[in-house]
Design a protein around this ligand. Structure first.
Ligand SMILES: Cc1cc2nc3c(=O)[nH]c(=O)nc-3n(C[C@H](O)[C@H](O)[C@H](O)COP(=O)(O)O)c2cc1C
Length: 357
């Protein structure tokens, strides 16, 4: 029986267990998107996870649109991340950086008043906080041009190079949750008539070009990819997720990626989950995420539905999740009020089991 506590080799790293910390935006890096010592402490607290995946981190200023979320495009940001990587490594941990461009969900307030870019002019549902904390509705994005696509691909590669230069062990390309890459993949947001729209191969072109560019600078075995086949965040949809996403997974087989990471909670509207089809199509290491606990995580690994399991909310409130799992200790519940608020409260002050016991 293979379980969460069994070691695994991912991306050339020997990980002591299969318990992965999912990427979690926490809004603790200020207006300039620079991780400070608090951020280093937060990740270091969780370093006994097999692998930490950082919060989504912007590849460039145009793609950054979440209040106080980090970037990896200024010298200060890079220095901040170097301290995070050093703190995690000092505790024997491993850390990949999730890199993103927020596409159509970047408010003009973040972008010098300019409209955000997306594959097509299709507005996201809802709104978001601006940097001053005011909630504003999304606007209709502008269709990104081919030359801008090329520049954005290059920015993903530059971001990956900077992350690795800063000492991170690899990057995860954020191709989930409606953000720029995902909005190319799913046909509800991609109505393009050029090489980047239409067939699955065309809709995946932006992702594939990004993987190629990033792999060229840091090596494919330091690159992970995250997909979310069935969620409807910000109103995104695909007419045939059971065809689209196994199709994308097949295209990924030609890279020797560190891993493919699937976020799929119980699909809405009684849809059958897509993850089993992705598992069958994809030949490399698969991380599953979405609503797992210790028991269901072990079951998924033992049933060969996944090679490792990522935990999101559980890691927010349980810095020592691995220890709690191992000793079957009770789990603390996270406080959603402090998910994205600045400062230490609800961030680095969740107790460790020895003080909780
Ligand atoms: C506060 C919070 C922030 C999140 N930030 C990110 C993010 O930056 N990138 C991402 O891909 N997913 C993000 N997610 C989704 C989580 O990675 C994860 O997929 C989700 O919580 C489901 O897993 P769980 O049931 O183990 O919590 C976030 C979720 C929460 C609750």
């Amino acid at each position: 029986m293979t379980i969460l506590f069994d070691p695994i080799r991912i991306g050339g790293l020997n990980l002591p267990n299969r318990i992965i910390m999912a990427p979690l935006t926490r809004g603790r890096t200020g207006a300039a998107g620079v991780p400070d010592p608090l951020v280093a402490e937060y990740y270091a607290q969780r370093a006994d996870a097999g692998l930490l995946i950082t919060e989504a981190t912007a590849i460039n200023a145009q793609g950054r649109g979440w209040r106080n979320a980090p970037g990896i495009y200024t010298d200060e940001q890079i220095a901040g991340w170097r301290a995070v990587a050093d703190a995690v490594h000092a505790r024997g941990g491993h850390i990949f950086m999730q890199i993103w461009h927020m596409g159509r969900t970047v408010l003009p307030k973040y972008a010098n008043g300019e409209r955000p870019v997306a594959p097509s002019e299709i507005k996201a549902d809802g709104g978001m906080l601006d940097q001053d904390g005011n909630r504003r509705p999304f606007v209709i994005p502008r269709a990104i041009t081919i030359s801008e696509i090329k520049r954005t691909v290059a920015d993903f590669a530059k971001a990956a190079e900077r992350a690795v230069d800063a000492g991170l062990d690899g990057v995860e390309i954020h191709a989930a949750n409606n953000f720029l890459v995902d909005s190319f993949l799913r046909d509800g947001t991609n109505r393009r008539k050029d090489d980047y729209g239409g067939s699955i191969e065309n809709r995946a072109r932006f992702l594939i070009e990004t993987i190629e560019a990033v792999s060229r600078v840091i090596g494919a075995n330091r690159v992970g990819v995250r997909l979310s086949p069935t969620n409807s965040y910000f109103g995104i949809s695909d007419s045939q997720p059971h065809v689209t996403f196994p199709g994308v997974a097949l295209l990924l087989n030609r890279f020797d990626l560190a891993y493919l990471h699937i976020l799929e909670s119980k699909p809405e509207g009684g849809l059958a989950p897509v993850s089993p089809l992705i598992r069958a199509a994809y030949k490399g290491t698969l991380i599953q995420n979405g609503g797992y606990n210790f028991e269901s995580g072990n079951e998924a690994i033992d049933a060969d539905a996944a090679d490792a399991i990522a935990f999101g909310t559980l890691f927010i409130a349980n810095p020592d999740l691995v220890t709690r799992f191992r000793r079957r200790l009770p789990l603390a519940a996270p406080d959603p009020e402090t998910f994205y608020t600045p400062g230490a409260a609800g961030y680095i002050d969740y107790p460790f089991a020895r003080s909780a016991a």
